[in-house]
Design a protein around this ligand. Structure first.
Ligand SMILES: NC(=O)c1ccc[n+]([C@@H]2O[C@H](COP(=O)([O-])OP(=O)(O)OC[C@H]3O[C@@H](n4cnc5c(N)ncnc54)[C@H](OP(=O)(O)O)[C@@H]3O)[C@@H](O)[C@H]2O)c1
Length: 263
């Protein structure tokens, strides 16, 4: 299938590595003009170079912290200035720390709201005028299966991502009439630096090793393993493509069947 992504303009935040990077790489392989951001210019330039060296497509690497409203406005403006518009927005960032309820301070709650929720709100707000000019506009929010099945010691993620889901679904209803599609991917366990850090935290709590914790978590999946970032990136790329034109308001788990509910 030709995904019809050639020359489409895509902004993926939180993309120097992990799920964001894998999505940007696959979009670029499909011919999209890609812009990526993360907090450090050196990291994001290295990621942009790595994608460009494989795909030979234009890739813009911009330093921006999605917790900072001014960075978000500057980021979107720069993409539009460079590429002349915006068709696809993928909102992503790092995740919040692993804590129990009683360890979590007000400050930590506020930081996680800024990182996960306000970033998505502000990115959509900044992107909307440009998405309205596109003939194939879409937004993909990256959340977590934790919204369906809370994960132990991840109360910040389990709680705040539900608000991102609420926003995504509401926008799918409010702006579907303008032809702008809004979907979310709920990733399950996928082998990235984030998961390495979470497994390290579990190993400390349980007095085990990271390898043992990865083994236990992998065994909990019907497929007996975690996902690869590429598997996430393939799904995200399809969802953002014009070929997914009737997929709107979809909250899609990419978890290998680990979530046990029927719906
Ligand atoms: N991997 C999984 O199994 C899994 C499962 C469910 C949900 N998720 C969630 O999906 C998201 C991506 O996961 P991941 O595993 O790819 O995470 P990751 O390995 O931690 O990568 C996060 C990316 O976001 C960037 N980033 C972090 N904070 C940022 C900020 N404030 N502004 C801009 N960029 C920022 C990081 O680059 P810099 O550090 O260079 O800024 C990096 O490129 C996270 O929110 C994670 O919690 C992941």
């Amino acid at each position: 299938m030709n995904l019809q992504l050639d020359q489409r303009i895509a902004l993926i935040t939180g993309a120097s590595h992990g799920l964001g990077y894998a999505t940007a790489l696959q979009l670029s392989r499909e011919g999209a003009l890609v812009a990526i951001c993360s907090r450090e210019q050196a990291h994001i330039s290295a990621a942009a170079d790595a994608i460009h060296s494989e795909t030979r497509r234009p890739v813009l690497g911009i330093a921006a912290d999605v917790r900072n409203p001014a960075d978000i406005d500057r980021l979107v403006e720069r993409v539009v200035e460079e590429y002349g518009g915006l068709d696809i927005l993928v909102t992503n960032s790092g995740g919040p720390p692993s804590t129990s309820f009683e360890e979590t301070t007000d400050e930590m709650w506020q930081e996680a709201v800024d990182l996960l929720l306000m970033s998505a709100i502000r990115l959509v707000r900044a992107a909307l005028p440009h998405l309205r000019q596109s003939d194939v506009p879409c937004v993909l929010t990256v959340t977590s299966v934790a919204v369906k099945q809370p994960i132990s010691n991840l109360i910040l993620s389990n709680s705040i991502r539900l608000a991102v889901i609420g926003m995504t679904k509401t926008l799918a209803l409010e702006l579907g009439g303008e032809g702008i599609r809004f979907n979310s991917i709920l990733p399950g366990w996928t082998v990235t630096e984030r998961v390495h850090d979470l497994m390290e935290a579990r190993a400390r709590r349980n007095d085990t090793t990271i390898e043992e914790e990865i083994g236990k978590q992998s065994a909990a999946s019907p497929l007996g393993r975690m996902a690869t970032p590429q598997e996430f990136g393939n799904t995200a790329t399809f969802l953002c493509s014009p070929q997914a034109s009737y997929l709107n308001g979809l909250m899609l788990s990419v978890d290998g069947g680990a979530y046990k509910g029927t719906f």
